[in-house]
Design a protein around this ligand. Structure first.
Ligand code: SAH
Length: 332
């Protein structure tokens, strides 16, 4: 693991949220909420979590996977994927396994986090096997379809340069994915990143999953929990609800923005699969799950100069035709 000396303590606390997320995902995978044969190689133990947490993570992972798949399908994989604050995410390996890789996938995180991931990938053949022609250093990886990039989202100038140097082609359709990361970054810096992506990639989608509603009782507890560990939800203060998520895209050069809380997303997920996961763990109190889901949202926006259709608009994703397709793919 790379030395973390010199980083302010709140950066370390923010990095540690990756372990929390991966631990919750690992537990849910072990319980059978969704399939991920790779997560065990990035997070070794599986601590017990409540059914609400597992269902919340299920909705988060499932909805993002469905939207990423939709983007890959619409672009016939002639596209790129950029994951901001990727942490220990296994998406790249899951796509590789299904032969669904984009032309290039760039994962960005702090050097401490990319160093850990780089070490895991280098030392676990099952992960390494997915990369072609990899060049691995302590904190970074370059390969034909995958780049692991140590970078700080708060420095958009350097981030932008690194992304272009990584080989991203501004003319290829590109999906930017931010899963539970922007809330930790100061509002003005998030705007810089969102604006930079819109200015440089004319056929693109931005997808963001973030906590919202910090001002009610549940939100206060959520904020306090994180604050007591040294994590301030800086981004959430300037973007505290679905409406401001949409406005943020529009203010920074994006079109067709939408946002919905995770209770709404949960209600739109394929019913058969939801029925299946709801049988895994007995839920005492539905109210608590609803509260939890209402404190996170999924939002997105697109730019579509190549007219591929309105790329990844969640409200349209679950048309009855699409629901049938999703059902088929889940059963297959
Ligand atoms: N996206 C992953 C991890 C979420 S945890 C998942 O959902 O499972 C948040 C991640 O964002 C951490 O890995 C943290 O190190 C990263 N992160 C937070 N602020 C960042 C910044 N300014 N620059 C780069 N990465 C950042």
């Amino acid at each position: 693991m790379a030395a973390s000396v010199g980083l302010p303590s709140d950066d370390l606390a923010v990095q540690a949220t990756n372990d929390d997320a991966t631990s919750c995902k690992r537990y849910a995978v072990d319980r059978g909420y969704w399939k991920d044969e790779f997560i065990r190689y990035l997070y070794r133990s599986s601590e017990k979590k409540s059914p609400e947490i597992s269902r919340g993570y299920y909705a988060r992972v499932k909805s993002i996977h469905i939207l990423v798949d939709q983007f890959l399908d619409r672009t016939q994989q002639k596209c790129q994927l950029v994951t901001f604050g990727a942490g220990s995410d296994t998406l790249h390996w899951l796509l590789w396994k299904r032969k669904k890789l984009p032309a290039l996938h760039v994962e960005v995180d702090f050097p401490t986090v990319t160093a850990r991931k780089s070490h895991c990938i280098k030392t676990r053949p099952v992960l390494l096997e997915a990369l072609s022609n990899p060049v691995i250093t302590m904190e970074a990886i370059r390969s034909d379809h995958y780049v692991l990039l140590p970078a700080d989202l708060r420095d958009v100038k350097s981030l932008g340069k690194q992304l272009i140097d990584a080989g991203l082609d501004p003319n290829l359709p590109t999906l930017f994915l931010a899963e539970c990361v922007l809330a930790y970054v100061e509002g003005a810096k998030v705007n810089d990143v969102i604006r930079w992506t819109a200015e440089h990639f004319k056929t693109s989608v931005f997808l963001n999953y973030d906590p919202i509603n910090p001002f009610d009782k549940f939100g206060e507890i959520m904020k306090q929990n994180l604050k007591s560990r040294g994590c301030a939800l800086l981004g959430m203060e300037t973007c505290p609800d679905s409406e401001s998520q949409v406005k943020r895209y529009h203010d920074n050069g994006w079109e067709g923005a939408w946002s919905m809380d995770m209770a709404e997303v949960y209600a739109r997920l394929p019913r058969d699969d939801v029925a299946r996961i709801e049988r895994i763990d007995f839920l005492d109190e539905r109210e608590l799950l609803d509260q939890l889901l209402r404190h996170y949202c999924l939002s997105g926006a697109h730019l579509d100069s190549q007219q591929l259709g309105e790329l990844c608009l969640l409200p349209l994703v679950y048309s009855s035709e699409r629901t049938l397709q999703i059902k088929d793919s889940l059963q297959g």
